[in-house]
Design a protein around this ligand. Sequence first.
Ligand SMILES: [Zn+2]
Length: 372
Amino acid sequence: MSDPRLHPIFIGSDIYRNSTYGPNHPLAVPRVSSTTDLCRAMGWLTAENFATAPIATDADVLRFHDPAYVAALKRAEATQSVSDADRSRFCIGAAGNPVYPEIYRRPMISAGGVLLAARLTADTGIVYCPGGGTHHGRPDRASGFCYLNDPVLGMLAWLDQGLTRIAYLDIDAHHGDGVQDAFASDPRVLTISVHEAGRWPHTGAADDRAGGAARNFPVPAGFNDTELRTLLHHAILPLIRAHRPQAIFLQCGADALEEDPLSRLSLSNNAHWAVVSAVRDLAPRLIVTGGGGYNPWTVARCWAGVWATLNGFTVPATLPAAAESVLRALRYNRAAGRNPPGHWFTTLRDAPREGMVRPEMKALAARALEDS
Ligand SMILES: [Zn+2]
């Protein structure tokens, strides 16, 4: 058998195709389907490296989630409505967590994909689940567009396999609160989150360590590629290496990109790909998921490039016509969708957004390394 780490697996599903949270929701836009189509158009997906996510069983997700909550999601999908009691108890149909046609099946398939990823990496391997990364999900309620928490379920599956040292790195623009809280005070799982300071869910301060198991990097608006690289090499990678992980879970949300409408961070997709490269070989097992990301062009370009990075595929300076067609077919109901710049259609790689490293980066790095 050849080394499975040389042959990463992409887990996708058609459940994401034409599934939206409603026309006025940030998740009105396609993300996983466009990423998949883009990778296919590039010739980067084959019968050998693509797997379809199975739907999780109720028993699978009850490892973390509350049975009454899972039953409420099923009820919401069946009736396409929510009772006042379920709304207030489970936050379904409230606070950005709408009732939508696939409200039960889509999160269950995202969870099933990540659980498959944990099985495929039981010995060693690299798996990419762009549909995963729902890091705000709570045991008994929806939160921040997330109904289930597939990163938590995936890492619990690794722990159930007997692993004792896992590193979770979250570069979404929002704090990975649901994951941090799930593993608070659990020395087996180190959770690291880089996120915009002062943004929802307003947790993840620099001195928030969740009983020792977490490190947080709340970063200011305008956070650039150079600043991320500084944190990565001076704090994040040393922390991960010191934990000696048997497995790494990377939540690679695309909402910290400059053009994303939900944050004020200024990364280019080079930053995301550099993080993927940097963690790729730090442990024998790696699962990479998506996460946030609300500009359909920047998400698809970023996440297709993540797959290229995991495989060592060359990203061409100019996309072939089939890939350009995938990007030209995207529609976006916001100002940025009216006159998208040409390079959103013709390239994957952004121009780098290097810049000044502000003094707070050194302070954040130093603080995260104290007593570690
Ligand atoms: Zn986010």
